[in-house]
Design a protein around this ligand. Structure first.
Ligand code: HEC
Ligand code: HEC
Ligand code: HEC
Ligand code: HEC
Ligand code: HEC
Length: 189
């Protein structure tokens, strides 16, 4: 049972969802180089990264492939003003408090938690998103801290002297103590 409870099947890791439109991050981000913030506009300023409204897609697709069949749902949604029903990939339990902006502004990059999204034809969950995973980093965030200009870099790798760089960045970002970051009330309020 213990093994089962921790297997990727139970934590939803690596499972892709059937989406109403086959939207590919690999094409849009990896090949076309569109920045995450073009679509996930609130990721630096709010708890939520947000899913883009159809009008964001139409910025390009009102002219690009504007008559192909696989964009029918996108055009319908735009015409009727009814959102596309994207299926959620990541979902924490309601009793857990999470906030994107604090992580992104304190040196944790998207790929540390979401993996190589720029290579995914369909997004899947990479991390287990369980309590142990959060705590592993909250006990020692230094190991994952990046300079601010690397947050959206999907190919970032920790340098050989990460221990030293991480310590410096922790001071620069004025990180709280381990005791505060692992206190129950930080994540359960
Ligand atoms: C052109 C728009 C666009 C860009 C650019 C984009 N995304 Fe997305 N993203 C979407 C849409 C639409 C969805 C919802 C459909 C899906 O899950 O694939 C989504 C979903 C996601 C999800 C899963 C959300 C969930 O349901 O849990 C993650 C994680 C994500 N994007 C990360 C990123 C990252 C990281 C980048 C930059 C490297 C990025 N996205 C760039 C449009 C975009
Ligand atoms: C900044 C311009 C831009 C935006 C915004 C954009 N697309 Fe695209 N889209 C493209 C380009 C360019 C391609 C061709 C991709 C390729 O082949 O590299 C494409 C291709 C596609 C395809 C064909 C399948 C594929 O991935 O090749 C679908 C479906 C699609 N887009 C859906 C969407 C949806 C849904 C949104 C909004 C969430 C969106 N696009 C936003 C530029 C854009
Ligand atoms: C510290 C880990 C972490 C980092 C860093 C992170 N995310 Fe997330 N992301 C999550 C978790 C956890 C969820 C699920 C949140 C929930 O269910 O409330 C999530 C959900 C999402 C979603 C679904 C919509 C939403 O707002 O819940 C999108 C889109 C997304 N992330 C994009 C991004 C992008 C883009 C970046 C980088 C700028 C990023 N994330 C950085 C952990 C992270
Ligand atoms: C890779 C490292 C990393 C992971 C994984 C991570 N965090 Fe964090 N978290 C941080 C850092 C760094 C901070 C900023 C600490 C500070 O400001 O002192 C932070 C801060 C927070 C805060 C404080 C926000 C506030 O406004 O008080 C909460 C809540 C939080 N994280 C929840 C979570 C949850 C829940 C998860 C797992 C789903 C998680 N974190 C996963 C690194 C991480
Ligand atoms: C860094 C964030 C974080 C901190 C700190 C934290 N938790 Fe959690 N906790 C989580 C997450 C994430 C989950 C799993 C949510 C899910 O499965 O969706 C969780 C789940 C739980 C559960 C549900 C049962 C389980 O094990 O899955 C309990 C009970 C719990 N936490 C108690 C605590 C207590 C007591 C503390 C303090 C000693 C604590 N948590 C500190 C993030 C945190």
């Amino acid at each position: 049972m213990l093994v089962l409870a921790r297997s990727p099947y139970i934590t939803n890791q690596r499972v892709t969802r059937n989406q109403p439109v086959q939207f590919s991050h690999k094409h849009h981000v990896g090949d076309d180089g569109i920045d995450c913030r073009y679509c996930h506009t609130s990721v630096e300023t709010s708890a939520y990264a947000g899913i883009p409204p159809t009008r964001t897609c139409m910025n390009c697709h009102s002219v690009l492939f504007n008559n192909v069949g696989y964009l029918e749902i996108v055009r319908d949604s735009y015409r009727t003003d009814e959102s596309i029903h994207w299926v959620r990939v990541h979902r924490l339990a309601d009793y857990v408090f999470f906030n994107h902006s604090i992580h992104v502004n304190k040196g944790i990059g998207c790929s540390t938690c979401h993996g190589p999204v720029n290579q995914m034809p369909l997004v899947y969950q990479v991390a287990p998103l369980n309590m142990g995973w959060c705590l592993d980093c909250h006990r020692n965030p230094q190991a994952n801290l990046r300079p601010k200009d690397q947050i959206f870099n999907m190919d970032w790798k920790a340098p050989a002297n990460q221990e030293e760089v991480g310590r410096q960045l922790a001071t620069e970002y004025k990180l709280r103590t381990t005791a505060e970051l692992t206190s129950c009330s930080t994540c359960h309020r």
